[in-house]
Ligand binder design. Structure first.
Ligand SMILES: Nc1ncnc2c1ncn2[C@@H]1O[C@H](COP(=O)(O)OP(=O)(O)OP(=O)(O)O)[C@@H](O)[C@H]1O
Ligand SMILES: [Mg+2]
Length: 444
């Protein structure tokens, strides 16, 4: 509770004293001797006391007003300082946040924007002030935002929106909240927009959808593979029987051999489908990575030669075993080699290297080609399920997704570096690096 005497009470008290002074003066004047008798002392005293009281009262009022003015000035200065501090606090809050914050007028021109927004679009806030939305966003996004801004101005209610902005090669998804800023008359004077980067969430969302697709595809693949396995086995068995009945030099024998080759190819596809469907099963094992590479090279060497691919293999000796199942590792390298070969349709160089990593606790496998490389806009997507740049029938876009799944299951990493053109530091081509945990103790 405020125990101070209210300022107006002091002032009224002083005014009352002054009034009393005026009263005394008036009485003195009223009693005054019109004939100017010298002995008339009463009126003289009343007048004198009145003047003194008025002087004291007025002086006290002046002093009081002066003090009050000084106090007021101090109060204003203190409040201004507090206001400045709180403004600075909010400004630094707005500037330190990694959200896009800006205000716009009804025509969509920037009235203010935080550093994060300006820096994201490669500028400074002052550069964009007074500029239309289209300096930052594409035409379509800017006009979509303008429609929403006008809605906020019209109805005075917040609206939410999600949109994608492109900066160079990068695409960023934003979730924006547009809010009205009103004046004392409750009129909207500008729109405040706070937007957040939700690219990662979007990716996860689509990955979830794809994972579900993949799970049902796994079930389907397992079913189809199972149904095909038996008739394929029968066909291959009878081909084998027939082969024994024909002369090896005859045309019939060669035809049967072709049937057998294609039958075996189908069996391989079915086995791949089954191994894909079974992914995630099994216990972690250790394998010799050089064996995995050598065995897979045995399968692909011939087709690489046919495609004019110059194969350069450098396998370090005495490597420790690595965490991973041999067949699944082969699946990974088969996909990396097939991808490299597909990127060098007119031939090229394929390097495959194994080595002990610098930390000695990991084995590094590098598969490098000098093919057409991967465009910067695609690099972020190559491990996504169903991402492919190959035409229909040539690729499903599952190879790297499944490979990534296998490697990470065994706590390894798989990374890619690619360059679609020859550069000063990096020649054209693609390199995949797989790092796998070595079995404890290095067997050199
Ligand atoms: N060595 C490479 N050189 C150039 N592009 C590559 C290379 N490796 C992968 N890519 C790109 O990554 C995409 C995805 O590869 P991924 O192996 O996942 O699928 P795919 O090869 O298209 O189909 P799938 O392997 O299922 O038959 C490819 O379509 C290709 O655009
Ligand atoms: Mg592939």
């Amino acid at each position: 509770m405020d125990r101070k005497t209210p300022p107006n009470t002091y002032k009224s008290f002083l005014l009352m004293i002054s009034m009393m002074g005026i009263l005394c003066l008036a009485v003195g004047l009223a009693l005054g001797n019109p004939l100017g008798e010298a002995e008339a002392t009463h009126p003289f005293w009343f007048r004198s006391i009145g003047i003194v009281i008025i002087a004291i009262g007025m002086g006290a009022i002046l002093l009081y007003e002066e003090k009050r003015g000084r106090n007021l000035r101090q109060l204003v200065a203190r409040k201004s300082e507090e206001l400045k501090k709180s403004e600075e606090k909010y400004r630094s809050l707005i500037e330190s946040t990694e959200d896009f914050i800006f205000t716009v007028d009804e025509s969509g021109r920037f009235q203010s924007l935080n550093n994060f927004t300006a820096n994201f679009f490669g500028g400074t806030p002052s550069q964009f002030l007074g500029q239309p939305l289209s300096v930052l966003f594409s035409k379509e996004i800017a006009s979509q935002q303008l429609k929403l801004i006008r809605m906020v101005f019209r109805f005075g209610k917040s609206v939410r929106d999600e949109f994608m902005v492109k900066t160079g090669e990068h695409q960023t998804w934003l979730n924006a909240n547009l809010m009205p800023l009103k004046n004392e008359q409750d009129r909207v004077v500008s729109v405040l927009c706070i937007a957040r980067d939700i690219t990662e969430n979007k990716k996860l969302e689509s990955q979830l959808v794809n994972t579900e697709k993949l799970a049902s595809m796994g079930t389907l693949a397992a079913g189809v593979a199972h149904e095909l396995n038996n008739p394929l086995g029968v066909m291959l068995g009878f081909t084998d029987l027939l082969l024994e009945k024909f002369d090896k030099e005859g045309q019939d024998y060669q035809d049967l051999k072709t049937i057998e080759r294609h039958g075996l190819h189908c069996k391989q596809v079915v086995e791949n489908l089954l191994s894909f469907a079974r992914q995630g099963e099994g216990t972690p094992e250790y394998c010799d990575i050089n064996d995995a590479v050598n065995e897979i090279l045995g399968v692909v060497e011939h087709s690489l030669e046919m495609n004019n691919v110059d194969l350069r293999v450098e396998l370090a000796s005495g490597l420790p075993k690595v965490k991973g199942d041999l067949r699944q590792m082969q699946q990974v390298f088969l996909n990396l080699i097939n991808n490299a070969s597909a990127a060098m349709k007119a031939g090229g160089i394929l390097e495959i290297k194994t080595a002990l990593d610098a930390g000695q606790d990991k084995v590094r496998v590098t598969v490098r080609d000098n093919g057409h490389g991967i465009n910067a806009e695609h690099v972020d997507n190559i491990f996504d399920p169903f991402f492919t740049t190959k035409s229909e029938g040539e690729g499903t876009g599952l190879g790297l997704f499944v490979s990534h799944g296998i490697i990470t299951k065994y706590e390894g990493t798989i990374t890619c570096e690619s360059s679609p053109e020859d550069g000063p530091n990096r020649p054209r081509g693609t390199a995949f690096t797989v790092l796998l945990s070595a079995k404890e103790g290095v067997e050199v």
